[in-house]
Design a protein around this ligand. Structure first.
Ligand code: ATP
Ligand code: MG
Length: 582
């Protein structure tokens, strides 16, 4: 085994990226638009973007793409980016979500400074714009039932039909709108609609709703309103009120752009932001929809929004992903005009790349097997120097205690090894990392069930540090801990949450929860880690030699360490395993 490979997590031959990640050189299409706008002195060269989450769930890696894009563009062009909560729907929104979203954006490394806004801050202004539309004959109160409104809408191939209320006099519309606002009607009795074109080939333009009656308190405005603006109406006007120049959104809003523009063209909003659409991020083996993620949480398929298997920012953070890795991933994925699915392995690649640079190396034994060194004096112990990070000499070294009784990994011993077995077996000599050469002399079994209880070994005192003066070679290097000094730990190993690449699209129409991977979490109790990990704070990341990257879970308590495996060392390890098994 090539120890260097497992130490660094690097694949032999250097890293290669999945083909899907090839990024075209030069600015992407959004940046090209902005560069051209600046050259034409549009908006006097100003660049102002926004990230507009709806506070109805936790942010996920798809949102990270939008955050990196919006804040990144503002940074690059000397502009600004606002954080705006798009909180126009009182029913599904909660303060918990608002707080988690702010924490996640900050954690990703972005700062909205004093530009934290809520669409609900604009409810008065939005209402005034609505009266303005009514006064101009551009909006009317419709009294058809929701059912009838649907029937009048037409289809993709048939035009819609005008509502009998479409030509109400302006004064009557104004009065009804005010009474709607005053709470005189029940939900669904009336709706305020834009008066555009019921025969438009774009269904979004067939007199879309602007305000609906909803007798529900709002998490910020309380009982002040019983009519709430629709997203398609509130969004362009909120953008304009904030002086946004480039309103970047995902592709599914492409057909809403004419409506976005229509609202801005028909009220005095002071400026006209430009909507630009890009393809949303899809990841293999994952779902990225707040509705589906909420289902996973409420149905108990995961432990919460921050379960380390979740693609939420809080889940990835708990898993040990770093903001740097997520940002690098988002930048590499780039923006496109066509929807596609990115291989989750690419995200993992960036996580490894980042952790390889900075995660201290430690030794942890996941499935311990006792090893007794018979020629090592009882009661003796010593401290051996170990390099903290071969990728980063400034990380220094630490001392690791060594003694007569150790634990090694169960899978590092085979009594009856296959050909090309480089680890321990009877009569075989291996190196204990940072320590000594040891040779297995005998195996102690439980007479009752034949299980291996412990290995008996001898060591060569001349090989301190793991090197032999006489040039004698050993093929295997094992990690280990000293039994008396090691700390007990629980380790949680994760696999993909879904066992198929695209759980959301089943040709047979089965629900995505049918494709949950039953083996996505494996909990190992009784693991042993080196004592330097005592008191490691939640969130701290390490490389456990040969096992991958791990981080301390917040479930850890005084005297009880819990680790999440962030990501394996993967390719290097999988290939080595394979060649050894041959
Ligand atoms: P979801 O589909 O998960 O519910 P959403 O679009 O409804 O997401 P919002 O809170 O409205 O969630 O999203 C805030 C911003 O993040 C929007 O500008 C949206 O376009 C963007 N966004 C959401 N999901 C993705 C994604 N998968 N890839 C890129 N951007 C996304
Ligand atoms: Mg949305």
């Amino acid at each position: 085994m090539n120890q260097h490979d497992s130490d660094t997590g690097r694949r032999r031959g250097g890293p290669t990226l999945p083909e899907t990640s090839a990024k075209a050189p030069g600015p992407d299409f959004i940046r090209s638009i902005i560069i051209a706008d600046r050259e034409a002195d549009k908006n006097r060269g100003r660049v102002h973007t926004r990230f507009p989450p709806e506070p109805n769930g936790y942010l996920h890696i798809g949102h990270a793409k939008s955050i990196v894009l919006n804040f990144g563009i503002a940074e690059e062009f000397g502009g600004k980016c606002n954080l705006r909560f798009d909180d126009t729907n009182p029913a599904k929104e909660e303060v918990e979500y608002v707080e988690s979203i702010m924490a996640d954006v900050r954690w990703l490394g972005y700062d909205w400074e004093d530009r934290l806004f809520y669409a609900s801050d604009y409810f008065d202004r939005l209402y005034e714009f609505a009266e303005e539309l009514v006064r101009g004959g551009r909006a009317y109160v419709d009294s058809l039932s929701p059912e009838e409104v649907r029937e009048h809408r037409g289809t993709l191939t048939e035009p819609g039909r005008d509502s009998p209320y479409r030509n109400r006099p302006i004064e009557e519309n104004l009065e009804l709108l005010r009474r709607m606002r005053a709470g005189e009607f029940g939900e669904g009795e009336h709706v305020l609609r834009a008066r555009i074109d019921m025969s438009s080939p774009n269904i979004n333009l067939r007199d879309p709703a602007i305000y609906r009656i909803k007798h529900a308190p709002h998490h910020r405005t309380g009982e002040a309103w019983c009519i709430y603006p629709m997203y398609d109406y509130a969004h362009p006007l909120s953008d304009a009120l904030e002086g946004i120049t480039h309103s970047i959104c995902t592709l599914e809003f492409e057909n809403n752009r004419p409506l976005y523009d229509w609202f801005l063209d028909n009220v005095e909003a002071g400026c006209h932001p430009q909507q630009i659409e890009f393809a949303r991020l899809n990841l293999s083996y994952t779902v990225l929809s707040k509705r589906k993620l909420l289902t996973l949480v409420t149905k108990g398929h995961v432990r919460g929004w921050d379960d380390p298997r979740m693609p939420t920012i809080s889940g990835l953070r708990r898993r040990g992903y770093t903001p740097e890795a997520i940002r690098a991933f988002c930048e590499r994925v780039g923006v496109a005009k066509v929807n596609s699915t990115v291989d989750i392995a690419l995200l993992e690649y960036f996580v490894r790349e980042d952790l390889n640079q900075r995660a201290p190396r430690v030794m942890g034994v996941l499935r311990p097997l006792k090893l007794v060194i018979e020629n090592y004096p009882e009661g003796q112990q010593e401290e051996l120097e170990a390099v903290n990070n071969p990728e980063d000499p400034s990380a220094g070294t630490r001392l690791v205690p060594f003694s007569r009784v150790l634990y090694i990994e169960q899978e590092d011993f085979r009594e009856d090894p296959p050909k090309k077995w480089f680890r321990l077996s009877p009569g075989r000599e291996v190196r204990l990392k940072h320590a000594y050469y040891v040779t297995c002399t005998s195996v102690l079994r439980d007479p009752a069930n034949g299980e291996i209880l412990e290995l008996r070994c001898s060591y060569d005192p001349e090989t301190r540090g793991g090197w032999s003066e006489d040039g004698r070679k050993v093929l295997g290097t094992l990690h280990w801990v000293s039994a008396a000094h090691a700390l007990e730990a629980e380790v949680r190993l994760y696999d993909r949450l879904f066992d198929r690449e695209n759980p959301s699209e089943d040709p047979e129409g089965r629900d995505f929860t049918e494709f949950l991977n039953p083996g996505s979490l494996e909990v190992l109790a009784g693991c042993r880690v080196e004592p330097s990990l005592a008191g490691a704070p939640a969130g701290r990341g390490y490389q456990f030699l040969r096992h991958g990257y791990f981080c301390v879970d917040p479930d850890s308590e005084e005297g009880r360490l819990v680790f999440n495996r962030t990501v394996t060392l993967k390719d290097s390890w999988a290939r080595i395993e394979k060649s050894e098994a041959r």
